[in-house]
Design a protein around this ligand. Structure first.
Ligand code: UDP
Length: 344
């Protein structure tokens, strides 16, 4: 099988590429702006990488959609700080660029495995979000945070409509707060625009305060990336066509914790790290109002927990890595990669 991954150097893209090359005989064709996360994959003869911008290299993309069997358009802005700072870029990239790719998958009859998001459920009141029954709840237009959720929801609906009318074969997957090595860079954390786990780890490393937005009682379920990638590989394998035109949550409902608990656990893990056991000071944990941290356009999501019954049934999958192990591995890898550059 030939797989096309746009955004192959991203968090999901580079982990997926590594696993495809290790566990299958498939070829991967990938484009991204840079290659710094791709490591050994770049040397693999079954990996064909081109450095470039999907907004510019349209011919290369069309040619490869034609050539490949399955397309994963993973290019997107997926960090809440940027939803409120630059909603137009979120719309242009996450919606318009990806819509073009989806339309070409329709034109050339190619299967698309598309990253929807747990964010589409928004402020859904259900205790566990189900793919085919939960309402998708967003706030007013002034709360610009919701642009990402809306862009993704509309793409989900467009893809679904093409699919149910027989014009497109698709699977939509919804990651729930995946974490792991190379989630976000130190630079994004310096600007304060990382996702929460890397933001907290970077603050610990830089000895800056950890900010609990609005007190930190909001909850998330953190999913270790290797668990998520195992589910994604099963979707790509698509045994007995079971994933055809399905929407599938990929998350770990057992790894639920509040943002405050997350901060406490990461601080404890950091303080126990061999290189930091003897540090003279550690980051303090402080409370910050959401308006101060993110600005007026922000609204939070108080809880976000997936039902994974569909993933269990269709993929025969369940997550294996617990919360503390997921955070420890993410922390250790971030420190190993970023400590030298911080010292230098
Ligand atoms: N958050 C926080 N402090 C930070 C960064 C994020 O308290 O420095 C909170 C944020 O308000 C949200 C949660 O952590 O409730 C998760 O944020 P993240 O950026 O990872 O994305 P989300 O899960 O909301 O998509």
């Amino acid at each position: 099988m030939k797989v096309l991954i746009l955004g192959v150097n991203g968090f999901i893209g580079h982990h997926l590429t590594k696993r495809i090359l290790a566990e299958t005989d498939w070829s991967v064709y990938g484009m991204d702006l840079s290659d710094d996360r791709l490591g050994d994959s770049l040397q693999n003869p079954r990996f064909h990488f081109i450095e470039g911008d999907i907004a510019i290299n349209r011919e290369w993309i069309e040619y490869h959609i034609k050539k490949c069997d399955c397309v994963l358009p993973l290019v997107a802005i997926a960090t809440p700080k940027l939803y409120v700072e630059d909603p137009i870029s979120v719309y242009n990239l996450d919606f318009e660029m990806n819509l073009n790719v989806v339309k070409q998958c329709v034109k050339y009859h190619k299967r698309v495995v598309f990253p929807s998001t747990s964010e589409v459920y928004g402020a859904c009141p259900d205790p566990e979000f189900t793919e085919d029954f939960s309402p998708l709840v967003v706030g007013p237009i002034q709360k610009e945070r919701w642009i990402y959720s809306c862009c993704k929801q509309l793409l989900d609906r467009v893809i679904y409509a093409y699919g149910t009318r027989g014009h497109l074969e698709f699977t939509l997957f919804r990651p729930f707060n995946w974490v792991g090595p190379r989630l976000d860079s130190l630079n994004t954390a310096k600007e304060g625009s990382s996702r929460v786990v890397t933001q907290f780890i970077a603050e610990l490393l830089m000895k800056r305060p950890i900010s609990l937005v609005d007190g930190g009682s909001q909850k998330r379920c953190f999913t270790y990336v290797e668990d998520g990638i195992a589910a994604l590989l099963a979707i790509l394998r698509n045994r007995d066509d079971l994933c055809k035109n399905q929407i599938i949550n990929i998350g770990n409902p057992d790894n639920e914790c509040s943002v405050r608990e997350l901060a406490d656990m990461l601080k404890r893990l950091f303080m126990a790290h061999p290189d930091h056991r003897a540090d003279r000071e550690y980051s303090e944990i402080v409370e910050v109002p959401a308006q101060t941290y993110y600005g007026q356009g922000y609204q939070d999501i108080t809880a976000r927990k997936p039902s994974i019954e569909k993933a269990r049934t269709l993929l025969g999958w369940s997550p294996q890595v617990g919360l503390e192990d997921s955070l420890r591995m993410t922390l250790y890898s971030f420190l190993e990669e970023n400590e030298p550059s911080l010292r230098g």
